[in-house]
Design a protein around this ligand. Structure first.
Ligand SMILES: NC(=O)C1=CN([C@@H]2O[C@H](COP(=O)(O)OP(=O)(O)OC[C@H]3O[C@@H](n4cnc5c(N)ncnc54)[C@H](OP(=O)(O)O)[C@@H]3O)[C@@H](O)[C@H]2O)C=CC1
Ligand SMILES: CC(C)CCC[C@@H](C)[C@H]1CC=C2C3=C(CC[C@@]21C)[C@@]1(C)CC[C@H](O)C(C)(C)[C@@H]1CC3
Length: 419
């Protein structure tokens, strides 16, 4: 196959701070992961402390962690390859790509395997002690993967290149990703990374923190159970509805480069689970009433998140389906319609609202004395506001006047009457 490097740049508008952002983020974010994990293990747990709790280099590398990482990615790859649940990518019928969407099976099989290993005496809580070298390995794997993706993208067919990742600036293109759906045979690297090793790894690490708490204090706290339960629900939901990820901008629009590789493999498992890690060293007592309030908040958030995502997915797959046929819509010049009633008539991103409410419910069990467990809420709100702005730009370019009409009909973006 011919090299595609002489193709003219298709799209020159740069996001994430352009070339400077692309040079700084791959250094700054991995260091942030290591810093957060180190702070989490200090008794003070203060996010801003001087001198910063920098780990000694001997705590950053452990061959056992490297072996676990290789074993973990091999296990998840093998589970991904099991011939179950095939779905095609609806946005790109011309490529006619098929995806293995059997994430829920993979989660269940991983759980059974882990349970067997724990019964045979494997000390799962030991992952708490290994968390820094594990994060270092995950960061290393993301760098290697991103490098491989960048190099192989020069042999990809031109129609498989992402619009935003082909500026000609090597740093930026490495960061954003040049190829849309890189595959080895039928193994889709982006789809696999987005949902399997990182998301399942996140809940396994949470379970390890629970085990560590039991080792240290003899039983697990209500706060730890809530954090584990809420995040397990979120991950199970993502894997149960795995094919829905095929309509998100990450799969449809963005290339696969360092940002997503690192986000999926290192950022998600090692920063999304900070609350459980925090609770191991900073135990909290929760009253039954506050626990009830937090469960309610998570329930409301989850219900908005799930119902709005399902409503849009159903609408995009089959607009005539009886569950959504009664909803009001507006036509666009592309032939696609936009929902203007139901959840998508409430705010323009009801799914983000639900997600933020859940994020808050995951942090509240950790009390209000420390900032660290709220890192996820703050980061996630920034991510979603930025994501909303990117999506808005793309939708305005796609739908033109119809999008302006939608914005007039539904004036608030995420939080009604506020934003
Ligand atoms: N936990 C985490 O770290 C993260 C979680 N998420 C979650 O992932 C989920 C998916 O988010 P994301 O991919 O950002 O975006 P959305 O699922 O919100 O999808 C946006 C797309 O939906 C379509 N759309 C927008 N408005 C309408 C409408 N009124 N009627 C019909 N279609 C509409 C448009 O695409 P088109 O018209 O082309 O179909 C638009 O580009 C969310 O729940 C989010 O909270 C996202 C990022 C990170
Ligand atoms: C490294 C940067 C700071 C940002 C990286 C962003 C990524 C971590 C996120 C981009 C979109 C994501 C999604 C999920 C996880 C986080 C990333 C990869 C998601 C799989 C979480 C579970 C949800 O149910 C979902 C809707 C399937 C999510 C899809 C988007």
């Amino acid at each position: 196959m011919k090299l595609n490097k002489h193709k003219p740049a298709q799209h020159t508008e740069m996001e994430f701070g352009g070339a400077l952002g692309a040079a700084c983020i791959p250094v700054f974010l991995p260091l942030t992961v290591l810093y957060l994990l180190s702070v989490c293990r200090t008794p003070g747990g203060a996010l801003l402390q001087w001198p910063p709790p920098l780990p000694h280099s001997t705590f950053l590398w452990d061959p056992v962690a490297a072996a676990i990482m290789v074993g973990w990615i091999s296990l998840q790859s093998a589970l991904y390859l099991l011939p179950m649940g095939k779905v095609s990518l609806p946005e790109n019928p011309q490529f006619c790509l098929c995806f293995n969407a059997a994430g829920f099976h993979a989660l269940c099989m991983t759980a059974v395997l882990l349970a067997v290993c724990v019964c045979l005496g494997m000390p799962l809580g030991y992952l708490f002690d290994l968390v820094l070298p594990l994060a270092v390995c995950a960061i290393g794997v993301s760098y290697l993967l991103a490098l491989y993706l960048y190099i192989r993208s020069f042999w990809a067919p031109a129609h498989q290149l992402a619009l935003g990742g082909n500026t000609g600036n090597p740093l930026y293109d490495f960061f954003i990703g040049r190829e849309l759906n890189p595959r080895i045979g039928s193994f889709d690297l982006k789809f696999f990374c987005e949902l399997r090793p990182g998301l399942i790894g996140w809940v396994v690490l949470n379970a390890a923190m629970l085990m560590k708490e039991v080792e240290l204090r003899g039983s697990s706290s209500l706060a730890m159970l809530l954090v584990n339960g809420f995040q397990l629900l979120y991950v199970t939901d993502a894997l149960w509805n795995e094919e829905a990820v095929l309509t998100t901008m990450d799969i449809v629009h963005d290339g696969f480069g360092f940002m997503l590789a690192f986000g999926d493999l290192a950022w998600v498992p090692f920063t999304y689970g900070l609350q459980a890690m925090f609770l191991v060293i900073h135990p909290q007592t929760l009253s039954p009433l506050s626990a009830l309030g937090i469960i309610l908040l998570n329930g409301v958030g989850y219900s908005i998140f799930r119902k709005s995502n399902s409503q849009k997915n159903q609408f995009r797959r089959d607009p005539a389906h009886k569950s959504i046929a009664h909803l009001e819509t507006i036509a666009t010049a592309t032939g696609k319609r936009l929902l203007v009633s139901g959840w998508w008539g409430f705010v323009r991103h009801p799914n983000y609202l639900g997600d933020i409410l859940m994020a808050l419910a995951w942090s509240l069990p950790c009390g209000v004395s420390h900032l660290l467990p709220y890192f996820y809420v703050v980061y996630f709100s920034i991510l979603l506001v930025h994501r909303e702005a990117r999506d808005e730009r793309q939708c305005r370019a796609k739908y033109g006047l119809a999008w302006d009409t939608y914005c007039r009909r539904v004036p608030y973006r995420i939080i009604p009457y506020i934003y």
